[in-house]
Ligand binder design. Sequence first.
Ligand code: IPE
Ligand code: IPE
Ligand code: MG
Length: 256
Amino acid sequence: MLEHLARKWARKETQPIPEELDRSGKIPQHVAIIMDGNGRWANMRNLPRVAGHRAGMKTVKEVVKVADDLGVRYVTMYAFSTENWKRPRDEVDFLMKLPQEFLSTELKELIERNVRIRMLGSKDELPSHTLKALIEAEERTQDNTGLQLNFALNYGGRDEIVKAFSMMASQVKAGELDPEKLDEEVISRYLYTSDIPDPDLLIRTSGEIRLSNFMLWQLAYTELWFTDVLWPDFSREHFYQAIVEYQGRARRYGAV
Ligand code: IPE
Ligand code: IPE
Ligand code: MG
């Protein structure tokens, strides 16, 4: 048993099996990613945690390219959770500067790729410089028709649901929403993802097997894929591995 697991994991960590990747086969329409392990990647190198976040930006760049080349339509990256404010002030400040830094160097190329950028999360608590960079990127790419890149920033799955319920409650009170007509489709319309299909595949790096408050509603029937690889080390080959495994999954949605 252990030997079997060891072999399985060895295979996971070894290099790609691109010939198994069926490019004409099932490509997930929407890939959601919990980019985790930046801090540990830096610790292992005796670097400050923020060096891991900077290294992680390169991975974001690479993954967008790979996903786009494969024909993935939506990529959602978990960049900062509603719980990440609990981190040391310096680290939070650094993370809040990353969107500007990323967009100042990457926006041009993303526009050339016809990528559309969106922010998912609560805008209220964000520093104005962070918000400004994101809004600018959203505006400059709003007419792009290629891959949609969503940054989940100051995002919490429960927070999103609370905000949706609170909006619905106000509208019910104002007579604008019929409480008799509430169903899954109506609730979905009040989420940040109102115009985005649910993820087909969720990837989480760094060996943590949990959702950490990510897309709780939307992940109901998503295929989950976990890897021990730390986010800054996550490469094109790892992405292919996830897709290959996805292609081998049978999605039943409760049916037979
Ligand atoms: C993920 O890496 C990035 C964010 C949560 C912003 P971490 O910073 O969580 O890295 P670890 O988990 O401490 O290694
Ligand atoms: C989840 O990672 C949040 C992001 C990747 C942005 P965390 O590192 O914050 O999650 P926990 O604390 O390990 O659950
Ligand atoms: Mg972490």
